[in-house]
Design a binder for this molecule. Structure first.
Ligand SMILES: NC(=O)c1ccc[n+]([C@@H]2O[C@H](COP(=O)([O-])OP(=O)(O)OC[C@H]3O[C@@H](n4cnc5c(N)ncnc54)[C@H](O)[C@@H]3O)[C@@H](O)[C@H]2O)c1
Length: 379
């Protein structure tokens, strides 16, 4: 058994939403051990949390800068090898920059940065320092999403002609209608969240998943947002028309005010001879539609699935796996890369997904602000 990879964590404390998902994912395949980090801007709270989750407190730091400095003083085999950034969005860029400049690999939550310029700067640093970077677009870790990607790659639905993603949540609805609450959440504060809320938070997942599953690059977009109130600067609902080429088009529908919806994320790709459809709330089913034939429902763990999908299941068919497992598969892919093993390009999303995501976010905001015009994305 190879030694466990030494993992540090920034953010993701007891008060966070995504921290527990990363901690479980890190331990899922016995690849990592959490050695410390900065769980909270208040060091006392970080220390308390370290005790709560029963990890040593001697490598809990006050800031990322202190982490980098102190870890460098340790003997090589003991130093942190990769750090996960699970803080609010505005901290991703400075933290990732500090870590990568020190030669430390990074696992980062999405959106990768606040701006496209920051994203391209991170790409340059990553290339210069030759460090690894994983971006946790969690849904790419599901076995049936990987199966969808492989089936499309193998031509099983023919030439792709339409892309469709819907990502509907309702959690901002009770916040947006309450003036006090809408001023208190960091996600509606552009200084903490970036220039977009809904598209930045969930529209980017939809965009990334359409490109991940179809293997196509979206070339241009046209967006229409809803802010609901005049004093709210951030989109909480957006419809984005997408074009890959003249005869390959589609739509991304994202909303955080789709009243009472939970995490209703559906990705569908339609080809000349068939289609594939996957729903996040029922992630163990992949719907295979073919003209004139009965609907087929594919499930994980069966030998009819592609290798990349099979590798993403840990237990025999019929035992449901979910979001923790999906994140675990991304951590697994990154662990293999850190150990120098060969990894497929679909094993974990990377820095290029982050750059494209920021390009997409900025383009949608520009499109809406300029009166719903078509905007080209970078090649
Ligand atoms: N991949 C996904 O599906 C997914 C799902 C949810 C959230 N996210 C992303 O994860 C990130 C965090 O989201 P969340 O919902 O967990 O946020 P949250 O507000 O629930 O938690 C943020 C955490 O960061 C900590 N923090 C804040 N400032 C810090 C600092 N200076 N140093 C160290 N820690 C600090 C907070 O104490 C808290 O523990 C966001 O970028 C979000 O977009 C991704």
């Amino acid at each position: 058994m190879p030694k466990r990879i030494k993992l540090g964590i920034l953010g993701g404390g007891g008060d966070s939403l995504i921290g527990i998902v990363h901690r479980i994912a890190a331990y899922m395949h016995d690849d990592y051990e959490i050695i410390g980090g900065v769980f909270n801007p208040d060091k006392a709270i970080s220390l308390e949390f370290a005790e709560e989750i029963d990890i040593p407190t001697n490598r809990i730091y006050a800031t990322v800068e202190e982490l980098v400095e102190e870890e460098a003083k340790l003997p090589e085999g003991e130093r942190v090898e990769v750090v996960s950034i699970l803080t609010p969005n505005f901290l991703h860029f400075p933290m990732a920059k500090t870590l990568m400049q020190a030669g430390i690999n990074v696992i980062c939550e999405k959106p990768m940065t606040m701006t496209h310029d920051e994203a391209t700067e991170l790409l340059a640093i990553q290339q210069e320092k030759n460090v690894l970077f994983a971006l946790t677009h969690t849904y790419t870790g599901y076995p049936m999403v990987r199966q969808m990607r492989q089936m499309i790659k193998a031509g099983l639905i023919g030439k792709v002609q339409k892309l469709d993603a819907q990502y509907y949540q309702g959690w901002i609805n009770p916040i947006i209608h309450d003036e006090e609450k809408r001023k208190a959440t960091w996600r509606l504060d552009p200084t903490k969240s970036g220039i977009s809320c809904c598209i930045g938070d969930i529209g980017t997942h939809a965009f990334q998943m359409l490109e991940y599953t179809s293997g196509l690059k979206i070339k241009s977009i046209l967006a229409d947002f809803n802010h609901v109130y005049g004093d709210n600067k951030m989109d909480v609902d957006g419809t984005v028309l997408i074009r890959v080429e003249e005869h390959v088009k589609g739509v991304i529908r994202a909303s955080q005010i789709a009243t009472a919806e939970e995490n209703n994320f559906t990705v569908a790709v339609y080809g000349k001879t068939g289609a594939l459809k996957w729903e996040q709330e029922n992630p163990n089913y992949l719907y295979f539609l073919q003209e004139g034939k009965p609907l087929q429902v594919l499930k994980p763990g069966h030998q009819y699935n592609f290798e990349q999908s099979l590798e993403a299941s840990k237990i025999p068919p019929g035992h449901p796996e979910g979001i923790f497992d999906a994140m675990g598969n991304i951590y697994r892919g990154m662990a293999k890369a850190i150990r120098g093993e060969e990894v497929d390009s679909g094993a974990y999303p990377g820095i290029h997904d982050g750059v494209r995501g920021l390009n997409f976010i900025e383009a949608t905001v520009a499109s809406h602000d300029q009166g719903n015009v078509w905007i080209k994305l970078d090649d």
